[in-house]
Design a protein around this ligand. Structure first.
Ligand SMILES: Cc1cc2nc3c(=O)[nH]c(=O)nc-3n(C[C@H](O)[C@H](O)[C@H](O)COP(=O)(O)OP(=O)(O)OC[C@H]3O[C@@H](n4cnc5c(N)ncnc54)[C@H](O)[C@@H]3O)c2cc1C
Ligand code: FES
Length: 454
């Protein structure tokens, strides 16, 4: 049957020749469907099936693309995990690179800091990367000083933040006490007068319990006098490098510009690091020294000054300097109500501050019996009575002018090792391993009547 599509209706709808053609085609299709309905139902079904297959396919492709995207993201996540693990392993390996015994270092640079004080830049002779250290730690040197029968062991704080290529120490010649007939210090004079660029030195890995934890965010006060500035500079530089935003105060005491070591480096640090407030105190400023430019305060570093400047006493305090300087400051901090736990210090020599500032380190240690414990120094031919007044055997020896070699005074370097002829000792804290029959005099005290080979 042919349906007529009237020309009047095409006119009615305003169709042109194309519209007319379309109408005719449509009419033909409808006629064909009417003539063979089964065929067209079949065709329609096939068409629907094809459409469904197409839609399913498209859905599948979409899912595949999603899966691929997920897989890429998962792979990236795994790569990041692996990278993280790799960094952990690298850090652990770096920590392991802290070598045992001595390692050879070449002096790459020797730089005058101020009168009788030089910085030494030390590169590992084997050129392998250096382990990081905690700011405040020190290196132990075994110095082959001409004329000495055995290496002289001396410790020097690292005076810069950790770097992979070199370490830096800053050493001041230890002058003989005024009026003393003795020569100036052996180790520091060797450095000042003899060590030069290109020399090779034997150095033990960084160690020490006096350090600042960079990860913490508690506000700190760094306090130094003279060459005690070395660990403080390492701490301040490390804080800056880590981008620490904690409140940092840095008080340093020197006589004047002449003996103010690392002056320019300190000024640059203060100018570049907004979280650090630097206060330089000169006890004997020169006429040419200008307050406000070279220093901020005339006089010594004192707790009175902290009281004027700090909003409260609620800080961690890190101190290093000459014995009397540290004794006064630790005592005055205590009087100001600062708990001992907030005060951390390093003595560069036999400073008596060790005896007064941390009495809690005596926990678990024998109380001397009435009348004390006898300690015989066999080589010196003297017997002394330990009354508990000195913390260690080394202190007892120092107080009585009996010579026992010492480096770190913290149980690390081994230079105070002495043989025990009879009797027993007990340790005051952590220390390097020691064979039976010997003891580290700097960190032990007698537990019974004792004879040592010193
Ligand atoms: C952990 C730590 C870190 C340190 N960090 C630094 C640092 O960064 N920079 C630094 O410069 N120092 C530092 N020191 C100090 C350093 O280790 C040495 O103690 C210092 O250099 C003096 O050693 P010396 O061999 O020159 O002096 P020594 O030979 O030990 O002499 C010391 C003093 O004794 C006098 N003397 C000599 N002979 C006699 C005698 N027969 N009787 C009595 N007195 C005598 C000397 O004149 C001198 O004044 C640090 C010390 C420690 C423990
Ligand atoms: S002085 Fe270093 S271990 Fe005693």
């Amino acid at each position: 049957m042919v349906r007529k599509v009237s020309s009047s209706s095409s006119k009615l709808h305003g169709l042109g020749p194309t519209g007319q053609l379309y109408n005719e085609m449509l009419a033909k299709i409808l006629d064909a469907i009417a003539a063979h309905p089964a065929l067209y139902v079949g065709l329609l079904t096939v068409f629907c099936l094809v459409l469904q297959v197409f839609l399913l396919g498209a859905q599948g492709v979409g899912r595949m693309l999603d899966d691929r995207k997920r897989a890429v993201l998962e792979r990236r996540r795994l790569e990041l995990e692996i990278e993280k693990a790799r960094l952990h392993i690298k850090a652990a390996e770096e920590a392991k690179q802290a070598w045992n015994g001595v390692r050879k270092f070449a002096v790459a640079r020797k730089m005058l800091e101020c009168a009788d004080t030089f910085s030494y830049y030390l590169e590992p002779h084997d050129r392998r990367p250096l382990p990081a250290f905690k700011p405040g730690q020190y290196l132990t040197f075994h110095l082959n000083v001409p004329g000495a029968s055995k290496p002289i062991v001396r410790c020097y704080s690292l005076s810069d933040m950790a770097r992979a290529t070199h370490y830096r120490v800053t050493i001041k010649r230890c002058a003989a006490p005024e009026g003393s007939p003795h020569p100036p210090g052996v180790g520091s004079s060797f450095f000042t007068d003899q060590v030069k660029v290109g020399d090779i030195l034997d150095v033990k890995a960084p160690s020490g319990h006096f350090f600042l934890d960079i990860e913490k965010d508690r506000q700190v006060v760094l306090i130094s006098g003279g060459v005690g500035v070395t660990p403080m500079m390492a701490m301040a530089q490390a804080l800056k490098y880590a981008g620490s935003t904690r409140e940092i105060w840095f008080f340093h005491g020197a006589r004047n510009t002449k003996d103010h070591m690392m002056r320019e480096e300190m000024a640059a640090l203060a100018a570049d690091y907004e979280h650090l407030r630097m206060h330089i105190c000169y006890s004997k400023p020169l006429e040419t020294d200008v307050m406000g430019r070279d220093y901020q305060h005339a006089g010594r570093v004192t707790v009175e000054l902290f009281k004027q400047l700090l909003p409260s006493n609620n800080y961690d305090y890190f101190l290093c300097g000459p014995g009397p300087f540290m004794e006064t400051i630790t005592e005055d901090l205590r009087k100001w109500g600062v708990p001992d736990a907030w005060v951390h210090f390093e003595a560069f020599g036999p400073a008596s501050v060790k005896r007064t500032a941390k009495p809690e380190t005596k926990v678990g240690v024998t109380v001397p019996p009435m009348g004390g414990i006898d300690v015989t120094f066999a080589k010196s031919g003297r017997t002394l009575t330990w009354q508990g007044s000195g913390l260690s055997l080394l202190d007892l020896a120092d107080e009585n002018q009996i010579k026992i070699d010492a480096g770190c005074r913290a149980g690390n370097c081994g230079s105070c090792l002495v043989a025990i002829k009879s009797g027993t000792v007990e340790y005051l804290g952590a220390h390097a391993d020691v064979e039976d029959g010997s003891c580290l005099a700097c960190v032990c005290r007698p537990a019974s009547a004792l004879v040592i080979d010193a």
